[in-house]
Design a protein around this ligand. Structure first.
Ligand SMILES: [Zn+2]
Length: 296
C-alpha cells in the first residue's frame, strides 16, 4: 500500500503540477485539477474537500512565489482515500487564490473560491482541508510537523477539526501546533476564512517538508493516515457541530473590533492583543467541544 501511495503522489506531482517549471498547465488559462472519489453505492462522494491553492507557482505583479510542493498530489490522494473531493490549482494566470486584488479586497472572486462554492452547492461539501507547505526552517523553529490555522472567522467545526488533528497526530507521533504566527490563516482572503464565512467547516493545514517529500516515507504515510482518519471521523459529527455553533456567538472575532456591529465577511484582521484574545477564546472553545465529541 505504501508503494502505491508513493507512486500515486509522485506521478500526480510530475504530471499535473511540476511541468513548465511548476507552472503546471501554464499561465494562459485558469486550470484547476479536480477529483471526486466515489465511496457510496449511489456513486456520490463524502462531503469532504481537500484544497491545494498553492500546488503550483503563484505570480503576483511579476513576482514569483514558489509552489507548496506536493500539496496538489496529496490533496488528490486524500480524496481517493476518503471518498471525498480534491481541488488544486494546476495552471494559473489570475494570481494567488489567497491574495486580495485591487478590485476585490477579500479575494472572493478568484475562480478557485468560486469552484469551492460549486462543491458546496452541487456536492454538498461541508468540510474543507486547505493544504499548504511550510519550509524546513519554520518547521524546525516552531518544532512542528503540522501547523493548523483556524482563520479569522473560526466556527465550531474549525475548533473540533483542530483538536482532532492534534490529538490524532500525537497518537501518530506527529507534532501539531494550532493557530499561531504564520499558521493562523487570519487574513480575510485565506481559503479557510473564506470557507468559514460561507458556513463550511474548514482548517488550514501547513505541512513540513518531511511530510510532503520524504525521504522518510513513513512520515508521508502518517500524514495521509492522519488527515483521512480525521476527515472520516468528522462525518458523523456534522449534525452535532451544527448544533454546537452557538458558542461562536461568545467568541466571535467581531467583538474585538471597534465596530461591534461588524458582520461576518466584513471583519478586519485582528492584531496584537486582539489576536491573543482571539486565540485564548478559541482554546476555550476547543476545550468546551472536547467534552462533547467522542474519543477519536
Ligand atoms: Zn501555501
Amino acid at each position: 500500500m505504501n508503494d502505491i501511495l508513493k507512486d500515486d503522489i509522485e506521478v500526480d506531482e510530475a504530471k499535473l503540477f511540476a511541468p513548465n517549471d511548476h507552472n503546471g498547465f501554464g499561465t494562459t488559462t485558469d486550470h484547476m485539477t479536480k477529483h471526486s472519489a466515489s465511496r457510496l453505492e449511489d456513486g456520490s462522494s463524502y462531503p469532504i474537500l481537500f484544497t491545494a491553492p498553492h500546488a503550483i507557482v503563484q505570480w503576483r505583479e511579476g513576482e514569483r512565489k514558489e509552489q507548496d510542493d506536493y500539496t496538489g498530489a496529496i490533496a488528490l490522494t486524500l480524496a481517493g482515500l476518503t471518498g471525498g473531493h480534491a481541488l488544486a490549482m494546476s495552471g494559473n494566470p489570475t494570481g494567488d487564490p489567497m491574495k486580495p486584488t485591487t478590485t476585490d479586497s477579500k479575494g472572493d472572486d478568484h475562480p478557485f473560491k468560486k469552484e469551492i462554492m460549486k462543491y458546496k452547492a452541487d456536492q454538498g461539501v461541508r468540510l474543507v482541508f486547505d493544504l499548504h507547505g511550510i519550509g524546513t526552517k519554520t518547521a524546525e523553529e516552531n518544532k512542528c510537523d503540522i501547523g493548523l490555522g483556524l482563520g479569522s472567522l473560526p466556527n465550531t467545526g474549525s475548533g473540533v477539526l483542530a483538536r482532532a488533528i492534534k490529538k490524532t497526530g500525537e497518537k501518530l507521533d506527529l507534532q501539531v501546533k494550532v493557530g499561531f504566527k504564520a499558521f493562523a490563516a487570519l487574513q480575510r482572503s485565506t481559503v479557510t476564512t473564506f470557507c468559514t464565512a460561507k458556513g463550511l467547516y474548514a482548517i488550514q493545514v501547513e505541512m513540513a517538508p518531511c511530510l510532503r517529500f520524504g525521504p522518510d516515507e513513513e512520515k508521508r504515510i502518517k500524514l495521509l493516515q492522519l488527515l483521512a482518519t480525521v476527515a472520516l471521523d468528522m462525518l458523523p459529527l456534522l449534525n452535532t457541530l451544527d448544533q454546537l455553533n452557538d458558542w461562536t456567538s461568545t467568541c466571535h472575532p467581531a467583538r474585538y473590533f471597534s465596530n461591534s456591529a461588524l458582520m461576518p465577511g466584513q471583519v478586519k484582521v485582528p492584531s496584537g492583543d486582539q489576536r491573543l484574545g482571539l486565540q485564548a477564546d478559541i482554546s476555550t472553545a476547543i476545550a468546551r467541544c472536547d467534552s462533547k465529541i467522542p474519543d477519536l
